[in-house]
Ligand binder design. Structure first.
Ligand code: FES
Ligand code: FE2
Length: 409
């Protein structure tokens, strides 16, 4: 349970808010590279409550600028993507991808344009992800995460926009236990079903069996490590401030690994990334990553093909499937990642904007409590003028782990 003040601190992300200031200390992944073909119309989007426009010039350089043209505020989503930069259609001002004003037809021929710039944000592109720096001054170097130095064919990064605050998808990862119930049938029917349940655990009075875990959580410099131990497995998860979470996919030294990134769009919407990678080899069509997105037509909105799911249609829940015992949650069968995600989506969007002053938490929520505390401590550190936690650390060795416990004897 949190005070109203601390709940608000964890929710509000706009410019000038304490959480917004923390997040603006870090590089933020905002778009998939495929969303920006060279010379294509500019792409408008919102991150941390800021309205922005991204484009890739015909020469291939990515620029991200504030949406409002600095002359008189026309939207640069209407702009022309020309060789050398983006031109506002209203009075023809043209900006380079670095934000310099190159041409201003409304000014005299000999006007000095050198001091006039648009709000322009540094960009880093790798592994098919476009990262943005929204802070003040010079950006820090890109810190190394587990997949940062891998070739593109070792990584798949997919996105979806979710109608809930950025913290809710993270909270559902910190709450490892929900997978035993919400995803019970989905996991049992999946490639990892055999290692996920011990069949020696508890049973609800409706006959559904699950394993009750011990939860451990410890703070680290970069965020938190948390562990779920039950009769079938030990899984380590690692939360990296401000919004990265390595979560265990399946056992095996050479198995694919994954993390989720929960980027605020505004206080009530977020952009969710699922990044899956393999350090040892290019992703294998038989591996967890490519299998789990098999048949997904659009990796930028990886659940779009399942149709609209929202409060009005009760997130598409199919009661007939539930009545026939074919689905615990009412989500129809589809690829593993999509189905798990749709199950998560329905519960986290159903929370609305959570009132965390009115919760009744238990021992399986131990990591959730520490995760929130770590975010609040990081906010407070930045407010005191201290560096954001883990900002320049090498985090390339920080990953999830999944150890199956043999139940043969
Ligand atoms: S508003 Fe963009 S050039 Fe005038
Ligand atoms: Fe889940």
């Amino acid at each position: 349970m949190l005070s109203e003040k601390r709940n608000r601190l964890l929710t509000e992300v706009g410019p000038g808010t304490p959480l917004g200031q923390l997040m603006r200390c870090y590089w933020i992944p905002v778009l998939r590279s495929q969303q920006l073909p060279a010379g294509a119309p500019p792409h408008g989007f919102t991150i941390l409550g800021e309205q922005l426009v991204a484009y890739r010039s015909p020469e291939g350089q990515v620029g991200v600028v504030d949406e409002a043209c600095p002359h008189r505020g026309a939207s640069l989503t209407l702009g022309r993507n020309e060789p050398g930069g983006l031109r506002c259609v209203y009075h023809g001002w043209k900006f380079s991808p670095d934000g310099d004003l190159l041409e201003a037809p409304s000014h005299p021929q000999d006007a000095d344009l050198s001091s006039m710039r648009t709000g322009c944000h540094p960009v880093h592109e790798a592994q098919g992800m476009v990262w943005l720096w929204l802070g003040e001054g010079a950006p820090p170097p890109m810190r190394k995460l587990a997949f940062s130095d891998l070739p593109d064919d070792h990584v798949v990064a997919v996105t979806v926009k979710v109608s809930c605050g950025w913290l809710q998808p993270l909270e559902t990862l910190w709450d490892v236990f929900h997978a035993q119930i919400l995803h019970n049938q989905t996991n049992r029917g999946s490639r990892r079903g055999g290692v996920y349940f011990s069949e020696q655990g508890r049973t609800m009075d409706n006959g559904v069996a699950y394993d009750y875990p011990e939860m451990h959580a410890e703070q680290t410099d970069y965020g938190m490590v948390y562990m779920n131990v039950d009769a079938a497995k030990r899984t380590h998860f690692r939360f990296i401030l401000p919004f990265f979470d390595h979560h265990a996919l399946e056992p095996g030294e050479f198995a694919d690994k994954g993390l989720q990134i929960s980027v605020p769009i505004d206080d009530d919407h977020c952009l969710l990334w699922m990044v899956m990678y393999n350090k040892h080899a290019p992703l294998d069509p038989g591996g967890f990553a490519l299998q789990s997105v098999e048949g997904v037509p659009d990796l930028t909105d990886f659940v779009a093909h399942m149709g609209p799911r929202n409060r009005e249609n009760r997130w598409g829940q199919d009661r007939a499937l539930m009545d026939r015992g074919e689905s615990w949650s009412g989500v129809p069968d589809t690829s593993l990642l999509v189905k798990i995600f749709l199950e998560d989506l329905m519960v986290i969007e159903s929370q609305g904007r959570p009132d965390r002053t009115k919760e009744d938490l238990g021992v399986t929520d131990r990591a959730l409590v520490l995760g929130r505390k770590r975010v609040l401590e990081a906010i407070e550190a930045v407010q005191r003028g201290e560096p954001a936690p883990g900002l320049t650390d090498d985090l390339s060795q920080i990953e999830a782990a999944f150890e199956a416990i043999s139940t043969a004897d």
